[in-house]
Design a protein around this ligand. Structure first.
Ligand code: SF4
Length: 466
């Protein structure tokens, strides 16, 4: 632990040699939402619009926007860009000044794709265009799922539903298209040429030379031809130092899934990339996960994960769990399934990333009644009893400290409630829960109470408040 602290303290000092607010991610990391022409660096600041005019002559303006250049200027002068408030909140804590904790500004800057660029950045002025080393890209919102906490911005299925039925009748009119239009987040049509995707491909032959990590997200990336275009490009133009990541819901049509696996298998086997990680979402066990992620077939998901692990030797899987009310029943079974995968393959190849869902408020775990606060305790006991061994037993299956910590953090959150700044209006949130599942069942033919008999008492309270 102190080794990690020492490393981060050293990075903090290195950054301070340029300025006390310097962050390499502002130059070298980007998320590109090409489906609605927005971008941010890193993923914490709220995405802002890309100039469709500027990218015609300079496709790197997908990343090097004037907003970002302003933020870089502020950082170089030791000022705090407002968009990075996520980090300043951490840096205002006494523990940060004492070197006990570190903000993402420091941890990101210490990453393998970031730190070695510091001296190059030192020589630049804020106006210069820079190619990033870490790119995450979404080509479109095309998706075959409509997960309960997602939106038309990221799912074409959600978009179709809202276009047909209108927004949900919750207090904030969930997924109202007028709202997304007003804030400039509506995705461009998937049937028309997209100028941001065109600019991306214009930039690509130059961009690829600087890339160290490339991750494709969506929508469901396997439904998008651009994902396969990237794989074909890498087959023709090997990048032996590139780490490739792809997000998937694990339930794309089987023909696409199989073709995807075959192409990546070739890239890995021929060492045309250095590593491959599939980031696969799943928020709980069996029928509960299927309710929360509409479109999911749990058995198919498990089959496809096994296919990736067995047919792409050396590949890794990150199971992304956005834990919410629908995750609660039999959560331990979900974690046991991940243990079985670790036992069958190698524990190093499978990571479970347990995250806390904060919005929409009606799916936030903290609105459950008192009796549910211990729902995850048996899972934590199970994970601790199966903590990964070190030393001679290093290859034995088990959960890493990081995985166990992520569940501990979740349990703390459920027991103590959200941060005061995120205060939830409980009555509204519970009433919205009832309205949401009632409308969900009506529109999608699901049956909440039949699927979740364990949540009957909570449901009754929510119904009373609606
Ligand atoms: S300062 Fe923090 S929020 Fe801003 S780019 Fe760096 S890591 Fe992201």
């Amino acid at each position: 632990m102190s080794e990690v602290k020492d490393k981060l303290s050293k990075v903090k000092q290195d950054l301070a040699s340029i300025s006390p607010t310097m962050c390499i991610a502002k130059w070298k990391q980007v998320t590109l939402h090409l489906h609605n022409g927005r971008t941010h660096s890193c993923h914490h600041p709220y995405p802002h619009g890309i100039s469709s005019k500027e990218i015609q002559s300079n496709p790197s303006a997908l990343h090097n926007t004037s907003e970002k250049k302003e933020a870089r200027k502020e950082m170089l002068k030791g000022k705090r860009p407002k968009e990075c408030q996520y980090c300043w909140n951490v840096e205002d804590l006494e523990l940060f000044s004492k070197g006990e904790i570190f903000s993402d500004r420091i941890t990101k800057s210490s990453e393998h794709w970031a730190h070695h660029h510091l001296d190059d950045i030192r020589k630049l002025d804020h106006k210069q265009n820079v190619n990033p080393s870490y790119v995450e890209v979404s080509f479109s919102n095309l998706c075959n799922f409509k997960c309960s906490y997602c939106s038309p911005v990221y799912s074409s299925k959600w978009q179709e539903e809202i276009e047909t039925h209108g927004p949900y009748n919750t207090s904030n009119k969930l997924n109202n298209l007028d709202y997304f239009k007003r804030i400039g987040e509506m995705p461009l049509s998937n049937k028309l040429p997209n100028p941001y995707v065109e600019a991306f491909w214009k930039w690509w032959p130059d961009l690829i030379n600087s890339l160290e990590v490339f991750r494709i997200t969506g929508g469901e990336p396997l439904l998008n031809d651009n994902t396969f275009k990237v794989l074909d490009y890498l087959t023709e133009h090997p990048q032996p130092n590139l780490k490739l990541g792809v997000n998937t819901n694990g339930n794309a049509p089987q023909k696409l899934m199989d073709s995807f696996i075959e192409k990546v298998r070739h890239l890995v086997a021929e060492k045309k990339i250095s590593a491959f990680t599939a980031f696969i979402s799943l928020d709980g066990y069996g029928p509960y996960a299927e309710y929360g992620r509409h479109g999911l077939n749990y058995e198919t998901w498990v089959t496809n994960v096994n296919k990736i692990l067995s047919e792409i030797p050396g590949s890794n899987i990150v199971i992304m769990c956005t834990t919410n009310i629908f995750s609660v029943p039999e959560f331990k079974k979900f974690v046991e399934m991940t243990y079985d995968l670790k036992a069958k393959y190698s524990r190093r190849r499978i990571n479970v990333d347990i995250n806390i869902l904060r919005f929409p408020h009606h799916q936030n775990l903290t609105i459950l009644t008192e009796s549910f606060k211990t729902s995850f305790d048996d899972t934590l006991a199970y994970m601790k009893a199966n903590e990964a061994k070190t030393g001679a037993e290093i290859e034995a299956p088990g959960f890493s400290v990081h995985e166990i910590n992520s569940l501990e953090r979740l349990i703390e959150y459920v027991k103590n409630g959200p941060h005061p700044k995120e205060k939830i209006a409980l009555t509204y949130a519970r009433a919205d829960f009832y309205k949401f599942v009632t409308e969900h069942d009506r529109r999608r033919g699901t049956k909440f109470l039949e699927t979740f008999p364990q949540l009957q008492s909570f449901y009754d309270i929510c119904k009373m408040l609606s």
